[in-house]
Ligand binder design. Structure first.
Ligand SMILES: *Cc1c(COP(=O)(O)O)cnc(C)c1O
Length: 354
């Protein structure tokens, strides 16, 4: 604490990211990174751009990347916004659309950055409790609001909402902006991008960090009506003209283009997820049905926190949230088959000894 801190900074509770140990010996199942490397074409494209042109600023409008994303989703380039990770895209979206007289709505158990942005930007919110089976009940969002945001699939539960239920909400909620945070949509869900033409107040955000194995490059995107995208551009151009550097633009373009590689790594993660679910069910753990690259599990025979600590001793990192309602659970990122085999074996040993 310093007397120089503004009141907002004094009162903030910043987001705490999962641990990133320096020690390479850990099996890292705690931050939902992809266990597979980026496409070799991505690495190649970044290498090729590592030259004297780095003395120049990058394209402030990231036209090449917007074009690649627009082609991939068959939408107009003017419906695409890009930023330095989807966290930045989300922050700019909160500023652009959610500073309203009415509070915004989001699930009580969800991505914890939403409440951080609310305190940073002084936005009021109402947190809507998840229903019994850890699901989001979108009917409860049909009330006056200054905006709505939820991840689909939700984090840290992994539960997916159907496009039908999202469209039903959009029909009811014509006024404020609805943001669907699709950080994990590529692991088995249907994107709401199909609805952006029809609903001018829908914004869909995505990231290259998970399904495209590029958490280290920091690239995120938003897709929505041209009017929403122009709003985001105004916010971006009042904050940072060059959120994506030359290397990030080049790498992200290739990540979008290498469809075959993307499909094959997503498929492997989904198959490993199903095998992990089978093994954990056999051990009697309860598992929230997941359409993401992680599973939210409730151990039996041991407390979640205890299991987290013991796994860490065994050099396996998973995510434990010391928060009411979810402190009996662990969030486990899907790694390679070998990672998950080790995780299952060690977990079985720890539970047997508990
Ligand atoms: C990981 C994640 C993000 C942020 O992704 P970055 O692009 O790495 O900033 C956004 N939303 C949710 C729900 C996430 O899990």
């Amino acid at each position: 604490m310093s007397k120089n801190w503004s009141q907002i900074i004094r009162e903030l509770k910043p987001y705490v990211p999962g641990e990133q140990p320096k020690d390479k010996l850990f099996i890292k199942l705690n931050t939902n990174e992809n266990p597979y490397p980026p496409s070799p074409k991505v690495i190649d494209a970044i290498r090729k751009k590592t030259d004297a042109s780095l003395r120049r600023y990058p394209d402030p409008n990231c036209e090449a990347l917007k074009q690649a994303i627009a082609e991939y989703y068959s939408v107009k380039k003017d419906t695409v916004f890009v930023g330095n990770g989807s966290d930045e895209v989300l922050a700019l979206s909160f500023i652009s659309f959610f500073k309203q007289p009415q509070p915004i709505l989001f699930p009580d158990i969800s991505y914890s950055f939403y409440e951080v942005y609310c305190s940073l930007f002084e936005i009021q919110s109402i947190r809507i409790p998840l229903v019994e089976d850890m699901g989001i009940s979108l009917v409860e969002y049909e009330q006056p609001n200054g905006g709505i945001i939820f991840p689909n699939p939700n984090a840290p539960t992994g539960k997916l909402l159907s496009l039908d239920s999202i469209e039903k909400l959009l029909k009811q909620n014509g006024g404020s902006v609805v943001i669907v945070d699709e950080a994990y949509i590529d692991f088995g869900g249907d994107t709401a991008i199909a609805l952006i033409d029809k609903y001018q107040n829908l914004l869909v955000t995505q990231t290259f960090s998970k399904s495209r194995s590029l958490a280290g490059l920091r690239v995120g995107a938003a897709l929505g009506s041209e009017a929403l995208i122009q709003g985001l551009e105004r916010a971006k151009n009042s904050f940072n003209s060059y959120p994506l550097d030359r290397l990030a633009i080049a790498g992200a373009v290739e990540a979008i283009r290498d469809e075959a590689y993307f499909q094959s790594t997503c498929k492997k993660v989904m198959e490993t997820r199903e095998r992990t679910v089978v093994a954990l069910s056999k051990m009697g753990f309860s598992i929230v049905p997941s359409m993401a690259n992680f599973v939210f599990i409730k151990p039996t025979g041991i407390q979640a926190k205890e299991l987290y600590v013991r796994l860490k001793d065994e050099k396996i990192l998973v995510r434990y949230f010391d928060k009411p309602r979810i402190d009996a659970y662990l969030r486990v990122t899907i790694g390679t088959d070998a990672d998950m085999q080790t995780f299952i074996e060690k977990t079985a040993q720890i539970v047997a000894a508990a």
